[in-house]
Design a protein around this ligand. Sequence first.
Ligand code: RFL
Length: 396
Amino acid sequence: MKTVKNNNTEETIVAIIGAGISGLTLATFLQKAGITCIVLERRNRSYIEMRQRAGVVDARAVRMFERWDLADKLLAGPVATTIDYRLNGKGRIFKIAEDVGSSSRFCTQQMLVGNLMRELIDNMAGDVRFDVSDVVIYNEEGGCPKVTYSDANGSHELVCCYIAGCDADRGISRTSIPEGVITRYTHEFGYAWLAALVEAPVIGDPIMAISDHGCVAQLPRGPHRSRYYLQCPLGDNASDWTNDRIWNEIRLRLNDETIQNAVVHDKFIVPLRSVVYAPMQYRNLFLVGDAAHLVPPTSAKGMNLALYDVDILSQAILKAVQDKDTSALENYSEIVLPHIWNYQDFAVWMTDMMHDAGDPTQNGTFRQQIARARLDNLFNSETAAHLHSEYQRGTN
Ligand code: RFL
């Protein structure tokens, strides 16, 4: 039960900071299970609905939504079963091996977030408070956690049992944890990607292309658009990349002069880095998604790891609230982290292979040749192909 104690103080079971993919999915599951929660978001609803980011919901996450009987309502877009791995313009189609159950889907993060908002707020009367500021977490030993925040009507207090920190890398949840509790593990790859959202669909299969001039990827973002990623030096600014330069470089790296320029909707630079914060919990605060870990977009796992955390945390909260069994909650971090590290390994593997195999000026010709051998393995070894398929589906 959500209770209003006085004008400014309310009680709820879970306070969720952040209405991105993690916060909205967690709130939808809890609301469906009858566990009260309040989501605090610093942006407004339309800003969040417009935010375009990831493009693939992996098979593991699809099955999670199916378990909650929400897949039909939340997911849209074709199944994702192939990748066109190109080397200097020559393509080989990798077919992601099927296992029992549903496949990954090309469902954009924007589509999923929009559907989650409709389901949670419009259909289930979920409580998401937009445009809040000054969020502060109180998470004292032995005490009831609380969260204070401000909005246009003044300052407010939420007294709760648990706090989910779903406010990504620059949020306040992780930084509310005292220094020394959490270790930051990080790896910098030494280069960046220019990400460009363009008004041109992927024709055929999504492309991951290696070239002597650097890597380029083209991934679907809905029926009419795609996102190109172009390897570039760390230090480049988006403004260094005119639209003509982007299209010239795409034609060069894909070795395809027939590609026509199209509208570029946005472009930004993503420095490639991997980060894990451990443990992912402190007292009654639980970190979820980008608040606890970042992967380079090469792996397409950022959103899917966030959904994995939500899967484990929602089940743990259900157990704690409905069965009074807090063991899964106490072990949340230990349960989640092996999966996170496994997919960090996949992300490093993919990123190193795609970059080392291309332009040798960064890591040399020896690394170039072994990275190309790694790529060949996906087509020559059933074992390598099987493992790669498991990673792509998110099922190992
Ligand atoms: P989100 O989705 O960023 O949501 C966090 C929410 O918290 C809010 N917030 C606060 N609210 C209240 N008070 C505060 N103090 C707050 N501070 C922050 C924010 O406004 C926001 O609404 O994090 P979440 O839920 O952990 O989900 C993680 C995923 O969004 C992320 O992993 C992926 O989008 C990563 N990512 C990509 N992943 C892929 O798998 N494939 C991609 O192609 C891909 N492209 C991207 C990306 C991430 C990007 N960002 C973050 C730079 C492209 C971009 C631009």
